[in-house]
Write a protein that binds this ligand. Sequence first.
Ligand code: ATP
Length: 200
Amino acid sequence: MYLKKIELHGFKSFADKVNIEFQPGITGIVGPNGCGKSNISDAVRWVLGEQSVKSLRGSNMADVIFAGSQDRRAQNLAEVTLIFDNSDRMLNYDYNEVEITRRLYRQGNEAEYLLNRQQCRLKDITDLLLDTGLGRDSLSIISQGNISNFADSRPEERRAIFEEAAGVSKYKKRKIEAIRKLERTTDNLNRIKDIVYELE
Ligand code: ATP
């Protein structure tokens, strides 16, 4: 699976429809300060379900809609679509291409989500991305702030970040849950043994 294309329309500084296509391998996006490079990663996080206005560098969600410029009127709709190549079926969805869209109208405040152009719930998208390393809280997007946190963190905190990235922490959490369940079951068994002892 890889991100093949991003389509932006009315999102932040992208007033007109812009398509950004990626080839497999590493892509660098370069440009002068303030030209909109970070707006592209904001767009990716937004489609993946980001709800934190602060982390999208705004004060309310409508700030993601093109606010107008000296020679352009503001837009009333922001729409971003991520198109993933899913020929390896890493996403549990039986299509070679998976398109995830988020839309927001200035009037309305309610976001719309679409999966392959069909309206869906945010939950359908988060469920689809579960365990793929792509969710909005995953480490697939590392911001400048994350990098300085990483550099400043203690070795054990840094290890936790590596474990999260390697997918180990999920198994550690499941192990803790399983141990707790075993303890509860042992307690229940002991209680039953006591009752049986009393009855005999
Ligand atoms: P740097 O290299 O300094 O980090 P950058 O290329 O990452 O910059 P961004 O932070 O992505 O730039 O873009 C900032 C630009 O986006 C600013 O010019 C800002 O005015 C514009 N911008 C942000 N939100 C909107 C919006 N809703 N409508 C119009 N323009 C917007």
